[in-house]
Ligand binder design. Structure first.
Ligand code: COA
Ligand code: AMP
Length: 636
């Protein structure tokens, strides 16, 4: 661990010197003279006086350096039976025109643009076009319903929304334009214009404020890169918190560029000219960092895949992509491999492909369960690397530093803290836990470059959600421990956030929707284990006194309501009408206890991905043990 240890120590003991060195790897217009500064609340701000443009650093710079004819993007879309390669030069020119088109619609530095698009190259172009103008993009994942889109539109107040006419889920066409129209009808804030990418599978009818992407871009004057400060916002990405209102994570420009570039070398070990494939979606942080920005900052080629790990056309899709595009480093969520393993348990489909180009497999987004780890580890000749991070940090907090000093892996562990992240485990009193002792996983201030700099429009929430619990530390919301070798084990969230198929969701938000139904007196939503998706939500509902309707019909109504309000991504498909819920004496629902029931920590409900808890298990545990009564008694 000597190289790692030296680098890690440097990053923690002399962060300014460490990050000043890394910052030299990025093409600034004006290099920063101030490396680290603290704001009035003592939060770190990196490279505040440096000037750059991330679109310039990721596209123009590489063209200027002679990389113009190298592919920047391989787009592969089995759902539309299409493929497309875009060189760095083509991407730069196209992005400059899209930026010009947005400028014609009034978008300038600091304005927000909401992007609601599937996995098409135009989604990357729209993001880079915003960056080119110094505008702030906010990408919303396609699986969210109109209401969720409306909440984000009202919070970000975009001047323009960029969307596609439709998305394609395996064989199903999802019309995005009616979702957008519905969202705008629900939102108070009204964007000036919408730009719609018309897709052949289902073009949309355009209204008075809509512009056709192709026509608008064809007429546009290319726009140059607008210099921005290192600390200027690049994007706002909404993520689930413990309450119904999503948090708009604000990412700066300079710190993010420096951190991503460093990670491509130290963690993912990819060099300019090599191919990096992250199978996520532009709507999530993994998509922002490792589909859109990091690969191109590093001069690599990024694979943009519009399809699923299975059924497009089969469970060999990832193997084909790795082989066809000569992918060196591949990144996805464990749930994707659970889906593949289910369809092709002996990995017969892998035999059809030469994946000798692959040098490492990275997994994140949820805990890498040991059965999936072992299946992959036995199957592949390359390191299978679990690494841990979150929307807020923008890049990995703990990983096996494959590019710096590879270490032996341990099932269930994300290996060690990444340089820059002073990860500690604290007990309830804020004391440092010993090895093997579980506690809250926190990061000592300052957070390194690349991490969130605030919550959009809500500085108070930034402080209360992350910084208030343990002064001087950032609260990750995860629980875990270090083992005797300094390996970090992340055991799951300590709050009401759940992780469904690698997608982060708030049970609090679902409770707000369920609780608003006129027949519901009280409710709780918890995550229970699921063999494929890791966790799925389950609603526990007490109807109002005198409710005489059909319980099954009520359950279905609640399922439909969550799907309509939050969207299919919530995977809210199970509701249980119960007589009572466990409560404190003051009447608060004991959510932690419910979580423990679902996790099998109480009352013997099965708990692993191999042996998931079912709705019946939860019901039995609640009914037979009369959980409510038992715990009320315990409080007395
Ligand atoms: N637009 C519209 N609808 C979408 C969507 C999108 N972009 N993405 C998902 N949905 C819909 C799905 O069609 C599904 O709808 P349904 O309830 O009508 O079937 C629902 O949202 C749930 O989607 P998902 O949880 O993704 O389930 P799935 O069965 O479609 O796929 C996996 C399961 C595991 C194959 C898939 O989630 C996956 O590949 N995940 C891993 C990669 C990943 O994206 N990780 C994120 C962070 S790294
Ligand atoms: P998101 O913000 O959507 O990326 O989700 C972040 C959350 O996912 C983290 O706080 C963890 O709870 C979970 N997570 C992500 N990666 C891992 C991992 N490698 N191991 C365990 N949990 C993870």
């Amino acid at each position: 661990m000597t190289t790692y240890k030296t680098e890690f120590q440097h990053s923690i003991e002399r962060p300014e010197s460490f990050w000043a060195e890394q910052a030299r790897r990025i093409p600034w217009f004006t290099p920063p003279s101030t490396i680290l500064q603290y704001d009035e609340q003592q939060h770190a701000r990196w490279f505040v006086d440096g000037e750059l443009n991330i679109c310039h650093a990721a596209l123009d710079h590489h063209v200027e350096e002679g990389r113009g004819e190298q592919p920047a993007v391989f787009w592969d879309s089995p759902v539309t039976d299409s493929k497309r390669t875009l060189t760095y030069r083509e991407m730069r020119d196209e992005v400059a025109r899209v930026a010009g088109a947005l400028r014609r619609l009034g978008v300038e530095k600091g304005d927000r643009v909401v992007i609601y698009m599937p996995m098409v190259p135009e989604a990357l172009m729209a993001m880079y076009a915003c960056a080119r103008l110094g505008a702030v993009h906010s990408v919303v994942f396609g699986g969210f319903a109109p209401h969720e889109l409306a909440v984000r539109i009202d919070d970000a107040k975009p001047k323009v929304v960029v969307a596609a006419s439709c998305g394609i889920e395996v064989e199903r066409v999802i019309p995005y334009k009616p979702i957008l129209d519905d969202a705008i009808a629900q939102s108070e804030h009204q964007p000036d214009a919408c730009v719609i990418l018309q897709r052949e599978r289902q073009p949309a009818t355009l209204g008075p404020r809509d512009h056709d992407w192709a026509a608008l871009v064809a007429e546009a004057e290319p726009a140059d890169c607008v210099p921005v400060k290192g600390s200027d916002p690049l994007y706002v990405l909404y993520t689930s918190g413990t309450t119904g209102k999503p948090k708009g994570v604000v990412r700066d420009t300079g710190g993010y560029a420096v951190a991503l570039h460093y990670s491509m070398e130290a963690i993912y070990d990819v060099a300019p000219g090599e191919v990096f494939f992250s199978a996520s979606d532009v709507g999530w942080v993994v998509g922002h960092s490792y589909i859109v920005y990091a690969p191109l900052l590093r001069g690599c080629t990024t694979v943009v895949y519009e399809g699923k790990p299975v059924k497009t056309p089969d469970a060999g899709a990832f193997w084909r992509l790795i082989s066809e595009y000569r992918v060196k480093s591949f990144f996805t969520a464990p749930t994707a491999f659970r889906a593949i393993k289910k369809e092709d348990p002996d990995a017969k489909l892998l035999e059809q492909y030469d994946i000798s180009c692959l040098k490492a497999l990275f997994l994140a987004g949820e805990r890498l369960d040991p059965p999936t780890f072992h299946w992959l580890d036995d199957l592949l000749d390359v390191p299978v690397i679990d690494h841990w991070w979150q929307t807020e940090t923008g890049w990995p907090i703990a990983a096996n530093l494959h590019g710096l000093e590879p270490m032996p892996t341990k099932a269930g562990s994300a290996t060690v803290p990444v340089p820059g992240f002073d990860v500690q485990i604290l007990d309830r009193e804020g004391e440092r836990a010993h090895a093997m002792e579980q506690g809250s996983v926190v990061i000592k201030q300052p957070l390194p470059p690349g991490c969130l700099t605030g919550i959009w429009g809500d500085p108070q929430r930034f402080h209360s959600a992350y910084m208030a619990a343990f002064p001087g530390y950032y609260l990750t919301g995860d629980g875990g421990y270090f083992d005797e070798d300094g390996y970090l084990f992340i055991m799951g969230r300590t709050d009401d956030v759940i992780n469904v198929a690698g997608h982060r969701l708030s049970t609090g938000e679902m409770e707000e929707v369920v609780g608003a139904h006129p027949a519901v007196a009280e409710c709780a939503v918890i995550g229970i284990h699921d063999a494929l998706k890791g966790q799925v939500p389950v609603g526990l509902v007490i109807p109002k006194d005198g409710f005489e309707g059909d319980e099954v019909a009520l359950e279905q109504e609640l399922i439909d309501k969550v799907r309509q309000q939050i969207g299919p991504v919530a995977c809210f498909k199970q509701v249980l009408v119960v007589n009572r819920l466990p409560k404190t004496r003051s009447g608060k629902i004991l959510r932690k206890l419910l979580r423990n029931i679902a996790d099998g920590k109480e009352y013997g409900v099965p708990s692993t991905i191999d042996d998931p808890a079912s709705l019946e298990d939860v019901h039995e545990a609640m009914k037979e043990r009369d959980v409510g009564a038992a715990h009320e008694a315990r409080q007395v």
